[in-house]
Design a protein around this ligand. Structure first.
Ligand code: ATP
Ligand code: MG
Length: 451
């Protein structure tokens, strides 16, 4: 049952409001002063507070402010007597939902209270949804690289500095861009995404800068471009490596001048936009070959972010598997799977060309498709590690194949040596300090080796 608090120094008003609201099915408490209101609101969780403007001690307006200061999220309706309407109106500007006037009309009172409570419920629900949405953007990982990334985000987010995020496909570039936005002073404003690779060349300009009615045949009304939609917020330019030279020139101009003209308009629009850009292409190569402008690169790349591929931070794999396992089990109403050491190890030996996205899809598929609870390496033939040389396509480069081989070789020898590093080094015919360096460089976790 929703709880309502009535605050009025007149006993008659308290009693009649109690009667009216109890009839409507609310649970009602009453007090006679602002001081008492603050005390009881601190202890009890009211959905709605009806607050008299004129009160003997601290008045209604002051009580409202103090209520907010002490963190009450009750919706407040002011009760205004003769001569206090102006104050009641002012109170609505300070966050009161509405006001009702004395003498009280039963109908108006009931209606206002119902509206207020419904609005509060919607607001709480929205806050929940926003929270869930933020959950969608949590960044999992405790590797040195991820910890450094989080630190870098925390430092850069509050500034307006332009950020260029580079990393292979699926490493989490968009996630990082959203994290920067969500930790910035622009977080209440829009986060607008432009995927330069997905928009046909001839539409990029109208997408970015908008157009006015009549700018071209088919422009039946004025449309705002992404730069304008992002005003006050963040514009995420994704896949900038795919921008055509023409668009690069246009974007460069906006970055230099913070202004642009929508198509068909000769009025400059000024915007306050923070730019975060991203690409999985190698911009150095693109600049070398002349398909990406140096001057644009320097404009965008004020603060560089480099997200390492997943195979270079394999200690994040167990955490990510656990995260996606829970997430998808919950989403599909299933019990979370149990990934055994062998399964995790097989996944750590795999090279993940599609990075976190590929791992996320893999775990989702397992949660949906596998009927058994326990997942072992045998359930993951695609990551079967023994035959890894026969599936060399798994390793995009010589170095990665070598690393994977060395990791496995070293782990086996350490296991054979019962965990004795000196002995393992001897077995391998290398010296102990060399072995230690390799263990460190390859991120081998000695605690995980079974012997
Ligand atoms: N550290 C992480 N923790 C949790 N989820 C992650 C992490 N990194 C990436 N993801 C998830 O993996 C998926 C791919 O991430 P994202 O879209 O940010 O990658 P991207 O680098 O922008 O990829 P692309 O280059 O293909 O655009 C998303 O669903 C994202 O939520
Ligand atoms: Mg992306």
């Amino acid at each position: 049952m929703q709880k309502i608090l009535v605050v009025d120094d007149e006993a008659g008003i308290r009693n009649s409001l109690r009667a009216i609201l109890e009839d409507e099915g609310y649970e009602v408490e009453t007090v006679a002063s602002g001081e008492e209101c603050l005390k009881i609101a601190e202890k009890s969780n009211f959905a709605c507070i009806l607050l008299d403007v004129w009160l003997p001690g601290i008045d209604g307006l002051e009580t409202l402010k103090l209520l907010r200061d002490q963190g009450s999220d009750a919706v407040v309706i002011m009760i205004s007597g003769h001569g206090t309407i102006e104050t009641a109106v002012m109170a609505t500007k300070l966050g009161a939902f509405d006001f009702i006037e004395k003498p009280l009309s039963i109908e108006k009172t009931v209606l206002t209270v119902r509206n207020a409570i419904r609005t509060r419920e919607l607001e709480l629900r929205n806050a929940e949804l926003a929270e869930a949405l933020n959950q969608e953007y949590v960044m999992i990982g405790n590797s040195v690289a991820m910890r450094a990334l989080r630190k870098q985000i925390a430092i850069v987010a509050p500034t307006d500095g332009r950020v260029l995020i580079q990393g292979e496909s699926g490493t989490g570039k968009e996630l990082v861009a959203r994290a920067i936005h969500n930790q910035s002073r622009r977080k209440e404003k829009a986060f607008i995404e432009v995927n330069s690779a997905a928009i046909p060349e001839e539409l990029v300009e109208s997408e970015l800068f908008g157009y006015v009615k009549g700018a071209f045949s088919g422009a039946t009304q004025t449309k705002k471009g992404k730069f304008e939609l992002a005003d006050g917020g963040t514009l995420f330019l994704d896949e900038i490596g795919d921008m055509s030279p023409r668009v690069q020139a246009k974007v460069l101009r906006v970055l230099e001048e913070s202004r642009f003209e929508p198509l068909g308009s000769n009025t400059l629009v000024k915007v306050d936009v923070r730019i975060i850009s991203a690409t999985n292409k190698n911009l150095d190569e693109l600049m070398e070959s002349g398909s990406f402008r140096h001057d644009l690169f320097y404009r965008l790349n004020v603060i560089p972010f480099q997200i390492p591929p997943l195979r270079e931070r394999i200690e994040d794999i167990p955490l990510l598997v656990d995260h996606f396992n829970r997430k998808f089990s919950l989403a599909y109403g299933k019990k979370p799977k149990e990934f055994t050491e062998s399964a995790i190890q097989a996944m750590q030996e795999y090279s993940w060309p599609g990075n976190v996205r590929e791992l996320k899809n893999t775990v989702e598929r397992i949660v949906i498709m596998k009927t058994k609870q326990k997942i072992t390496a045998d359930d993951l033939p695609e990551f079967e590690s023994d035959g890894f040389l026969s599936s060399s396509s798994r390793f995009p480069s010589f170095k990665e194949a070598m690393d994977a081989f060395q990791r496995r070789f070293i782990e086996q020898k350490i296991a054979e040596a019962d965990g004795n590093i000196s002995k393992a080094a001897e077995l391998m015919g290398i010296d102990r300090s060399h072995l230690y360096r390799r263990i460190k460089a390859l991120g081998i976790n000695l605690d995980k080796i079974k012997f």
